[in-house]
Design a protein around this ligand. Structure first.
Ligand code: OGA
Ligand code: NI
Length: 357
């Protein structure tokens, strides 16, 4: 692997993306200074002076999931923080550990193997896809410091197309996480007076799912790059597994502070995506978050995005508007929302502005 070479004048997008060496391959060249196209503009970096150790997002114990107090704390966390962690959620620890091990195995493969999974464009029905996020105009594109692979979990399940290194582990995780996610959605919707998830609502809330594995290689200059830029997820909800490296930061309640999502063994982070914020007419909050990178350790995270069917129409639930409340958002096709977001990759909350009335 150390035979890989990258010279300062080489085309980084070609090396990282086209040849599928990834950021991992770049790190394996033992580079001392990161290429200019990995240096984030100041406003995209994580300003360390804004990290706030006073606040923390709630951790909710799901041992007694049916307890009304547990339901209430989920609903409150979704309104106040938009982000919380869950423990004792019922997914066996081995399932989570195996998934993280599989992630390392895949991303440590040589480029010749990984390139088989590389495609240029993300579409929600896609079965498997390795991708990178390079944001900005053609020659000024700045790369996030991560390699990602997306496992689309469509109903006909094309898991036979998934890499052999990850396929069983992702499938097993999906098997456990799907009913958990549905239960979380039931509780969240109950808090909006939507009392049953029937078939059509299930299609709207979790008609398509995708399990992404993010691999953040160690970075020689972690302060001037970013693993994942600040953004709100385009999803109904997201469940996120992370390892114990730490790096996920969420906007705190003061507006300009960032709080660390402290890694807890066996826990999952849950966050409200912008689609549920829209459907709830702002009762639930989709919160900005970002991922920093470490100077010495590779970090793994595995978000599971629960999304509508591509041809769904999204907008505030009628239950929200019953008492004359004004809708904050228009109804739009999910596919239009998706294409807007992934066409422009707006940062922060811009994807919500797209549908604001
Ligand atoms: C994401 C994300 C955070 C992380 O992929 O949407 O927010 O910790 N990831 O990797
Ligand atoms: Ni996210």
């Amino acid at each position: 692997m150390s035979s890989l070479k990258f010279e300062p004048n080489d085309d980084i997008l070609d090396f990282v993306i086209k040849k599928a060496n990834g950021l991992k391959g770049l790190v394996d060249t033992n580079l001392e200074i990161i290429p200019n196209q990995c240096i984030q503009p100041k406003e995209q970096r994580l300003d360390k002076s804004q990290i706030d150790n006073q606040e923390s997002i709630p951790t909710i114990d799901l041992s007694n999931f049916d307890d009304l107090n547990v339901e209430k704390s989920i609903q409150e966390a979704a309104s106040k923080w938009g982000f919380f962690q869950i423990i004792n959620h019922g997914i066996p620890i081995e399932v989570l550990e195996d998934l993280k091990d599989a992630a390392h195995k895949f991303f440590e493969l040589p480029a010749e193997e990984k390139i088989k999974y590389h495609k240029e464009k993300v579409s929600p029905g896609e079965s498997v896809l390795m991708f990178w996020s390079a944001i900005g105009e053609k020659d000024e594109k700045v790369l996030e410091w991560r390699d990602s692979i997306r496992h689309g979990c469509n109903p006909q399940n094309d898991s036979n197309l998934w890499p052999p290194q990850t396929s069983n582990q992702v499938l097993e995780y999906q098997k456990w996480a799907t009913p958990l996610a549905k239960r979380l959605l039931e509780v969240l919707l109950k808090g909006l007076n939507v009392n049953e998830i029937d078939e059509s609502l299930e299609l709207l809330l979790m008609g398509t799912m995708a399990i992404i594995i993010n691999y953040y290689p160690p970075c020689p200059n972690p302060n001037i790059t970013i693993g994942c830029r600040r953004h709100c997820d385009v999803s109904c909800i997201t469940l996120l597994l992370q390892d114990d490296t730490g790096g996920l930061y969420v906007r705190g309640t003061k507006g300009d502070n960032w709080i660390l999502v402290n890694p807890i063994k066996g826990a999952l982070a849950v966050n409200i995506g912008s689609l549920l914020q829209i459907m709830s007419n702002n009762r639930y909050k989709s919160i900005e978050h970002c991922a920093a990178v470490d100077s010495s350790r590779a970090r793994i995270s595995v978000p599971l995005f629960l999304n509508p069917n591509f041809d769904s129409v999204i907008g505030p639930f009628s239950q929200m508007l019953k008492d004359g409340e004004k809708p904050v958002y228009k109804h739009v096709l999910f596919s239009d929302h998706w294409n807007y977001f992934f066409g422009k990759r707006p940062s922060g909350k811009a994807s919500l502005d797209f549908v604001k009335i």
